[in-house]
Design a protein around this ligand. Structure first.
Ligand code: GLU
Length: 333
């Protein structure tokens, strides 16, 4: 088994990221496999200097380790996506030769204006209405363009090891999706497929918010003739209102928790308790959890954190688990 964690150094890691990293690590360690750390730093406009180092430090502080990665090397180096553009270009060339791609000069604004479809609910924005699908190369001459993958009309069915059989319709949800951005940089969808395949990842464990992305990635695996990994989409950690965890919920960055002098075992125990791997209030190391992990027992439901003050009734509010956090860490954004 080969698994990975693939953080983007565009912001601090939060407890939700830490829980996904812990689960990915546990799955690999429980099977005696190889754990890979890959840094997804393609979005140059959002990558901030020093964040990769801080994220890796956070993960090591938690007690996680990796067998291959940017700081330890390995047979599939480089482990920074910004250094792998030639691999993405090669894959784009192969997709282009097979007729899967077309050039698109639309801006986000054009697409929003032309599209009456609702937001697809993930990173891709509104459904692409196909404006440039049938343009000849000449019609785009001189205009900066992205490359899009022609999404076939047929639904994509696959089995997720947590969610069971699922079906998505990329053609209806996002439409033809970007594989190379206007600035020439490979998109997440393309880079993740090229890298997971090149790094021989057998099990992709990540947050359930990426399930619809997986359908698009499967289209790329098929078009490139690559073998698909097994998929495990684990539940997200959400605030009491069902929204993504943020400072509003008393959730702070891992870096702040670490710098405030919290014990990593307290955080690991708390994270493990939120997915049933530890008792509430138990402190433990990732290693101590290896024997308790079973992919088949992972819940499909998002974990809702309780509001502060509900701990006496079995709640799991982070405020109570980390009484040592600085006050400003618990204020509104
Ligand atoms: N860099 C992506 C993220 O941080 C990784 C997604 C994935 O695991 O494929 O969301």
């Amino acid at each position: 088994m080969r698994g990975r964690f693939a953080p983007s150094p565009t912001g601090d890691l939060h407890p939700g990221n830490a829980r996904t990293a812990l689960l990915a690590w546990l799955q690999v360690r429980a099977a005696g496999g190889t754990f890979v750390m890959r840094v997804e730093d393609l979005d140059r406009g959002r990558v901030r200097p020093g964040l990769m180092e801080a994220q890796l430090l956070d993960l090591r502080w938690l007690g996680l380790d990796w067998d291959e990665g940017p700081d330890v090397g390995g047979p599939h180096a480089p482990y920074l996506q910004s250094q792998r553009q030639d691999r993405y270009e090669d894959a784009l060339g192969r997709l282009g030769e097979k007729g899967h791609l077309f050039a698109c000069g639309c801006s986000r604004k054009d697409i929003a204006a032309a599209s009456s479809a609702p937001h697809a609910g993930d990173d891709e924005g509104p459904r692409y209405p196909g404006s440039c699908r049938d343009l000849s190369a000449g019609e785009l001459r001189g205009r900066q363009h992205a490359l899009r993958f022609r999404a076939p009309a047929k639904p994509v069915a696959f089995t997720d090891l947590v969610h069971g059989p699922v079906v998505y319709k990329p053609a209806d949800e996002t439409g033809d999706f970007v594989v190379r951005r206007k600035d020439g940089v490979a998109s997440y969808q393309l880079a993740v497929v090229v890298d997971d395949s090149a790094m021989e990842i057998t099990h992709v464990l990540r947050g359930a918010d990426l399930l619809p992305s997986t359908a698009r990635q499967i289209l790329l695996y098929r078009a490139l003739g690559l073998a698909e990994p097994a998929w495990l989409h684990v539940p997200l950690l959400l605030g009491p209102d069902g929204e993504r965890l943020s400072k509003r919920h008393g959730s702070v960055a891992l870096r702040e928790i670490r710098e405030a002098g919290a014990e990593p075992e307290a955080l690991v125990g708390w994270l493990a308790a939120t997915c049933g791997l530890a008792e509430p209030g138990e402190a433990c190391t990732p290693h101590e959890l290896i024997g308790r992990f079973s992919a088949g027992d992972l819940s499909r439901e998002s974990t809702l954190l309780s509001a502060p003050g509900e701990s006496s009734t079995g709640g799991n509010a982070p405020q109570e688990a980390f009484g040592t956090l600085p006050r400003e860490g618990q204020s509104d954004e």
